[in-house]
Ligand binder design. Structure first.
Ligand SMILES: [Zn+2]
Length: 446
């Protein structure tokens, strides 16, 4: 009897082990099957290294990329092809963070049961969060200059505009294409937009900031060098110092904070780490602020060794708009069958608190004041803009990078934005006018 019992137990154990083995194999297939099928030597979905299945659409369904007779076919409109290239992707999948790079398994229509053979044999429709019309407006506004424009819904993380320039026509590519998406993988000297980070640190670390006063004479000397402003700003409060973007005053605040604290707040702002956007890893920024002196002062003003990625800066500014909570940016709106049956939606966004609600509210008010006191409400007709400009010195003899970043203080139009024009000149005029053009279009489309 004991013998029979032992055998029964043994058989049971064997059965359990086999079931576990089968389950883990199925899990592996579910997890990695699409990647195996997406291997570029699979001739069902690739031809000469090009993915030839599925369609990419913008958030409203406008067709950006299709497959016809085994060939890739982009939008018939050249301007659309140029303006949406970095969101759609080049035929070879070289542009990181594009639909072709990130969503090939959705485009192929891979399923566990049918492999890459979708029932219709046409692959699937991938809808991006990007609005093609906003991209076209941003592309036109950049007017051939290098840089990037991006707009995010700060309440949801949805990226509704993402343009990088230079771009190229994927139907007629140049011999040496520039694949860089400057928004996701560009690394730049931030200039004065970094004063938002220094202000973040000052608000949380320095007591009695409301009573703080600084008198700018146009220059301030330290043992290791000199801080300069374009003009003598005179006596300033903390709010006024940000509004007129006084380098000398921010250098003074930085001495009170110290380099280690400033770096800590650059990290808290999320600028020193990569973002993960639908599985794509952006570049991370960097800085190396000494503990005191002129170099620290310049680091507090976004110069010295400060480097940031525009995507991370936009997330930080979006967090200020959203009460301190950063919604992670995302690009994939939904996937449907070729017949329009929805298979997958963007669900449950990741978010992270970057600062307290009080600090976010204080920064928001200061950014609203910047527009009233310096940039000019009339330059943004009808828009409740809160912003910070930057004019980042990069190379001797070349024009500075022009930056403008901020958001609309509006639940109806919850948009945060960042505009960069490489060697474009003055931030508030050059990048500010591009921001106005794109925001007007975004609000008009709602
Ligand atoms: Zn000054």
């Amino acid at each position: 009897m004991n013998k029979v019992k032992r055998r029964a137990v043994l058989i049971l154990i064997l059965a359990v082990v086999m079931a576990l083995g089968l389950a883990s194999l199925l899990l592996l297939l579910e997890d990695q099957g699409a990647d195996w099928a997406a291997f570029p030597s699979n001739s069902h979905v690739y031809r000469e290294g090009m993915l030839i299945a599925g369609r990419v659409r913008d958030s409203h369904g406008e067709l950006l990329l299709a497959t016809k007779d085994g060939e890739r076919v982009y939008s018939a409109d050249r301007r659309t092809r140029l303006a949406t290239l970095h969101a759609t992707g080049d035929p070879w999948g070289m542009i990181g963070g594009s639909a072709i790079d990130l969503f090939s398994k959705h485009l192929m229509g891979y399923s566990l049961v049918n492999g890459v053979y979708s029932l219709s044999g046409q692959g699937r429709d991938v809808y991006l969060s990007v609005d093609a019309e906003l991209n076209r407006k941003a592309w036109d506004a950049l007017n051939g200059r290098s840089g990037c424009v991006a707009v995010i819904n700060y309440q949801t993380g949805e990226l509704i505009c993402m343009v990088s320039s230079p771009s190229f026509d994927p139907q007629n590519p140049p011999e040496h294409p520039d694949y860089l998406n400057r928004f996701l993988t560009g690394l730049y000297t931030p200039g004065s937009i970094f004063k938002l980070v220094t202000s973040f640190a000052a608000l949380e670390e320095l007591p009695q900031l409301a009573d703080y006063r600084y008198t700018c004479s146009g220059a301030a000397d330290y043992e290791d060098g000199r801080i300069t402003c374009e003009q003598a700003h005179g006596e300033l409060s903390f709010d006024d110092a940000l509004a007129v973007s006084c380098n000398c005053c921010f250098a003074d605040l930085a001495q009170r904070l110290g380099g280690a604290t400033l770096e800590k707040y650059a990290q808290k702002a999320g600028l020193m780490e990569p973002l993960i956007i639908n599985g794509f890893t952006t570049v991370s920024g960097g800085m190396a602020a000494p503990q005191s002196g002129a170099d620290l002062g310049w680091a507090a003003a976004g110069q010295y060794h400060d480097q940031i990625c525009p995507a991370a800066m936009l997330r930080f500014v979006a967090a200020i708009a959203n009460g301190g909570k950063a919604e992670n940016p995302w690009l994939l709106k939904k996937v449907t069958t070729s017949g329009g049956i929805p298979l997958r939606f963007h669900l449950g966004n990741e978010s992270r608190r970057l600062m307290s609600g009080d600090t976010a509210a204080a920064l928001k008010e200061m950014m609203a004041y910047n527009v009233r006191a310096n940039y000019g409400v009339d330059n943004f007709p009808g828009l409740p803009v809160c912003a910070k400009s930057g004019t980042a010195e990069v190379e001797v003899g070349r024009a500075p990078h022009a930056w403008f970043t901020g958001f609309l203080n509006s639940d109806e139009h919850p948009y945060a934005f960042i505009v960069l024009v490489e060697n474009g000149g003055t931030g508030k005029t050059v990048a500010g006018s591009i921001a106005n053009t794109v925001l007007q279009a975004a609000v008009a489309a709602d």
